[in-house]
Design a binder for this molecule. Sequence first.
Ligand SMILES: C[S@@+](CC[C@H](N)C(=O)[O-])C[C@H]1O[C@@H](n2cnc3c(N)ncnc32)[C@H](O)[C@@H]1O
Length: 253
Amino acid sequence: MKRAGSRGTFGVIGKYAGFAAAAVRQRGLTGALRDVVSEFWFDRCHGLRTTLPSEVRAREAGYSQQVEADAVQYQGVPPRIASAILSHFPESAFRATFVDFGCGKGRGLALGLVAGFRRVLGIELLPSLVEIAERNLCGLRLEHPGCEVRVEAGDATEFELPTGALVAFLYNPFRGETLKRVALRLRYHAAAYPVWIVYVNPVELTTFTAQGFTVEREHRRGGRVEAVLLVPSPIDSVPATSMPISSRRRPAR
Ligand SMILES: C[S@@+](CC[C@H](N)C(=O)[O-])C[C@H]1O[C@@H](n2cnc3c(N)ncnc32)[C@H](O)[C@@H]1O
């Protein structure tokens, strides 16, 4: 997956042809086709329209150059990968709030609900994608009465984390400084509450390990790590120098 950016029609076609070629290289033709079929099937079963990728023009939505530079374009998470990693979660984790950072059109949130989370929240940069996610989640809301499903428009670095245990779901939504800021906030949340991080396509895994998270499980295919489950190491490993100015004091346990 490439970073967001603006380009002409031919550039866009070339880019998607590049994605298709990369998928075939990584998974073989049969594996890539199987993934496409399973994505369509998941969407069809749950009344979603999440398959088409979408460019992220964050500047047009009023965000800074940094936010746009770090953003990764919208592409729905492959259900096969997300379900595989969520299937190893302990029962207690399903009482946590499931937060999809960069929820796009809502496929990750749908997977969270289907997996058994009762409170799922999405934060997404682009209001246009939030609208699509809201439409996509209508049917699942009816099928899961009593569950809280909420989607907000905004920058993930500004998102106020809900109190309590948290499952943070990230399908390579952003990189660089933006990812660092989110990782740091998760680290502080982890000082007070249980936190599990599902990072699919973990291209900047070291951002989390630098914050003291450790890989508890890897999901691999064809020698490639497709997703990881991260959990916090003990609080004492939080490097004092990386504390944000506003929270230099030690967080409550
Ligand atoms: C690869 S898609 C992930 C889609 C979704 N999580 C899923 O699993 O189907 C990345 C999404 O992150 C969003 N995004 C990028 N930077 C963001 C930021 N700073 N805050 C919130 N969302 C962001 C993009 O707009 C895009 O929709």
